[in-house]
Design a protein around this ligand. Structure first.
Ligand SMILES: NC(=O)c1ccc[n+]([C@@H]2O[C@H](COP(=O)([O-])OP(=O)(O)OC[C@H]3O[C@@H](n4cnc5c(N)ncnc54)[C@H](O)[C@@H]3O)[C@@H](O)[C@H]2O)c1
Length: 296
């Protein structure tokens, strides 16, 4: 089986990016959002991305025209998913919302349709169960910004069929991504390694090993990481990282995953990272600088 048409459910940060690369892959792409303003914003973001590409000489107007003709906004989910070969869900990270979507997908899509979820932390098996067709369900964990980030983390659960895995791998290739295959365990591969590194860097900061910028420089120049673990934590959001660590500690019944007390204290004082103007770094003027003091 070959993918020719796709529906993307949710037109937010991730859904819009996913729909964009699907349209660029040459697939008929139906983009659905439960809210008219969400759909409008998502379509607008895709258009703006393509226009920026033209302004920078990376995209031609002809390419934009071709890609735009592949992309269709939908305000009716059943109409969006009915005839497509693959659905990728990117609605908010709440199991009840995702389960409702997958229940409808199980009823309304073609028998052969591949059903993917972009969850970053929920159990794929739990989401798959809601569809009534778990063999067709797989995790497709994209990274932000989707059109730029090369990685696609595929997450297989116990009932996922081999056919579903190989179809997802070839879909990833067609979208220009490098795929990795990971078991359905909390934090998959990326989040687990990423948050553990960030938590250890925060422990080092609290222990006075070095300043935040020196710890980040250690990993950038010593290990060729494009960005240090503390800066990355600030960009992702310290509240998001704390929640993932708590989830890992609970799922694995292992306190070594618990967020360091400094991370908890930063979140408690409202220092959530770049989005709040202050986190591990001070971002108040839009650039990062080391803070004079920490809440511990
Ligand atoms: N933002 C990231 O960096 C990132 C990275 C990887 C994975 N994810 C995952 O992707 C998913 C989406 O995240 P996001 O950041 O794009 O969220 P978002 O809030 O930007 O977008 C969610 C969209 O879903 C729409 N929506 C809400 N309920 C819906 C429903 N029932 N049916 C259809 N649309 C609905 C909203 O209107 C909104 O446009 C989450 O599972 C998240 O964990 C996010």
């Amino acid at each position: 089986m070959e993918i020719r048409s796709v529906a993307v459910i949710g037109a937010g940060t991730m859904g819009a990016g996913i729909a964009q690369i699907c349209a660029q892959a040459g697939w008929q792409t139906n983009l659905f959002d439960a809210y008219p303003e969400g759909l409008e914003k998502g379509m607008g973001n895709i258009e703006a991305f393509w226009d920026k590409g033209i302004a920078r000489g990376k995209t031609t107007p002809e390419q934009k025209e071709e890609w735009s003709s592949n992309l269709n906004p939908f305000s009716d989910m059943v109409a969006a998913v009915r005839d497509v070969d693959m659905v990728i869900e990117a609605v908010p990270e709440i199991l009840q919302i995702k389960a409702r979507v997958f229940h409808v997908l199980g009823e309304e899509t073609k028998e052969s349709c591949l059903l993917a979820t972009n969850t970053s932390s929920l159990s794929i098996a739990d989401i798959a169960a809601a569809s009534g067709r778990p063999d067709k369900v797989i995790g497709m964990h994209f990274f932000n910004p989707v059109p730029i980030m090369k990685l696609l983390e595929l997450v297989k659960h116990d009932l996922c069929s081999e056919e579903t895995i190989s179809l997802a791998q070839s879909a990833g290739d067609a979208m220009g991504k490098t795929t990795i295959l990971v078991k359905d365990v909390p934090g998959f591969a990326t989040s687990r390694l990423g948050v553990v590194l960030g938590n250890e860097a925060i422990r080092m900061l609290a222990d006075g090993v070095a300043s935040a910028s020196d710890i980040d420089t250690a990993m950038r120049l010593g290990y060729k990481h494009p960005m240090g673990p503390l800066e990355l934590s600030d960009l992702v959001g310290l509240d998001v990282r704390r929640d993932i660590l708590n989830n890992l500690a609970e799922s694995f019944q292992d306190d070594s995953y618990l967020p360091h007390p400094l991370l908890d204290a930063l979140v408690k004082e409202g220092s959530l990272g770049k989005k709040s103007g202050q986190g591990i770094y001070d971002w108040s003027d839009g650039n990062k600088s080391d803070r004079d003091s920490f809440p511990m």
